[in-house]
Design a protein around this ligand. Structure first.
Ligand code: PMP
Length: 461
């Protein structure tokens, strides 16, 4: 039953209020108690900006969900969608298609070397599900080691492998997926209480210890640069050690590049910054710049060879859907034409400078860190202890979260920035201009005064 008197003739255009009400009443709002969902009505988007139902324009400084890397309204990608729809809108996955062949050829050029066999999905979540199953089938082992402060997806196994407490509401029913957690790699606030480089990368040694004691470990999954949970960048030497630990135990290494891939870090893939050779790489988001939903699970030839004579027990109706593959070819073409990977480096350095300049002005800023066009500003209520303003339980309960309140102020100024627990993730489309960066940083600068003022009141917990 509609809660609003919505006109029965849908051909009449709905008002923004009706759009919002129908959406709220009949759709689930994700990752929240439903009563806390107040969606805005997005009407159109162009470049780094989108417009809502009131005609208000917003600077999209999070590329929606760190996925609209090319920006909105890219004509070449839109054309490719039309062309694919007119030529071959769907083919069952056991057929060869031109889009699939063209994309495979391009992937061999842009993916890190050694990844030669592909399974196309429709999201990052199911790319990881495929990776877990492939790792288990290939190794004949069960356990998967993930890390706290990670996100790997929302279906049964990928949420169980998610280290951040978004998995709490489905536990304990979600347990028993054979997932175990290791401490995150966080040189700002090391969970092992070490500091780099004196630590000798103790977190990688800890993993060695874990695998030796657990036994039956099929794979380790890492976000090479942790995304939503705060753009955590591993120290130099970490991946070399991680690769050695995995090889020592015959454990596969899965790089989850769902968010960190496609130019975000100033390289095609984040691991290109360290020359890591994973056994499996998963990705999604930027692969089509979010124009259509596509995910990818890519494996080495060694894994591929195993399945020549072993049953590949996996598949979907919408796997390798032509409507997703054609636009991915166009997306890669546009990234190359606009030289966006190098651009992310150049303009990302400018963003980094501006953010670092905020640090001395705001006592609430604990850390500024980033790579390419992927930055985080972490807030603390106590510089020495690095204590966050809020706890995870408060977030799950829908209590006020300081960074979200600051983000709401920025929204008032027409800037969208992702606020998460105790930090902001800054990840604009790779086409972002310096003026857009100036605007976003200025909005952050003025809104941060609120967090600074909380520091002066010791009673505020
Ligand atoms: N892995 C990582 C690192 C992600 O950031 C995400 C999405 N934010 C996922 C997996 C899941 O991808 P999707 O939302 O497309 O299912």
């Amino acid at each position: 039953i509609f809660h609003l008197a919505v006109r029965s003739h849908m051909s009449e255009q709905l008002t923004s209020q009706e759009v919002i009400q129908l959406t709220k009443d009949h759709n689930y709002g994700t990752w929240r108690k439903q009563k806390f969902w107040n969606p805005n009505h997005l009407v159109s988007a162009d470049g780094c900006y989108f417009t809502d139902g009131n005609g208000k324009k917003f600077l999209d400084f999070s590329s929606q969900l760190m996925c609209s890397n090319l920006g909105h309204n890219n004509k070449a990608v839109i054309e490719s969608i039309k062309k694919q729809a007119e030529t071959l809108a769907y083919a069952a996955p056991f057929y060869a298609t031109t889009a699939r062949a063209e994309l495979s050829k391009l992937l061999l050029e842009v993916l890190p070397e050694g990844l030669t066999k592909f399974f196309f999905t429709t999201s990052g979540t199911d790319a990881n599900e495929a990776a877990f199953k492939i790792a288990r089938m290939y190794t004949g082992k069960t356990k998967i080691i993930s890390r706290y402060r990670s996100y790997h997806g929302s279906t049964a196994m990928s949420i169980a492998a998610t280290g951040d407490p978004r998995r709490w509401p489905i536990e304990p029913r979600g347990k028993g997926q054979g997932i175990i957690f290791s401490p995150e790699v966080n040189c700002y606030k090391c969970p092992l209480k070490h500091s780099y480089p004196e630590c000798g990368i103790a977190c990688a040694d800890y993993l060695d210890y874990m695998i030796a004691n657990e036994g039956d470990v099929a794979a380790v999954i890492v976000e090479p640069v942790v995304g939503t949970n705060g753009v955590l960048i591993p120290p130099k030497g970490y991946f070399k050690k991680l690769r050695e630990v995995c090889d020592k135990h015959g454990v596969l290494l899965i790089a989850d590049e769902v968010m960190s891939g496609w130019g975000r870090t100033g390289k095609w893939f984040a691991i290109d910054n360290w020359d890591l050779k994973p056994d499996i790489l998963t990705t999604a988001k930027g692969i089509t710049s979010a124009y259509v939903p596509l995910g990818l699970c890519a494996t080495t030839q060694k894994i591929a060879d195993f399945f020549e004579d072993n049953y590949f027990a996996h598949g979907h109706t919408y796997e390798a859907h032509p409507m997703t593959l054609g636009p991915a070819v166009a997306t890669i073409g546009e990234m190359r034409r606009l030289n966006l990977v190098d651009r992310a480096n150049e303009i990302g350095a400018y963003l980094g400078e501006k953010l670092n300049a905020l640090k001395p002005k705001h006592p609430s800023i604990g850390d500024v860190r980033g790579i390419g066009l992927f930055w985080a500003v972490e807030l603390v209520k106590d510089q020495k202890e690095k204590t966050p303003f809020n706890t995870w339980q408060e977030k799950l309960d829908g209590k006020p979260i300081v960074v979200e309140q600051i983000a709401a102020r920025m929204l008032g100024e027409g800037v969208v920035m992702q606020a998460w627990m105790s930090h902001f993730v800054l990840a604009p489309p790779l086409i972002v201009e310096k003026e857009d960066i100036d605007k976003a940083v200025a909005a952050l600068d003025s809104a941060l005064v609120m967090a600074d003022s909380l520091l002066e009141q010791p009673s505020v917990a």
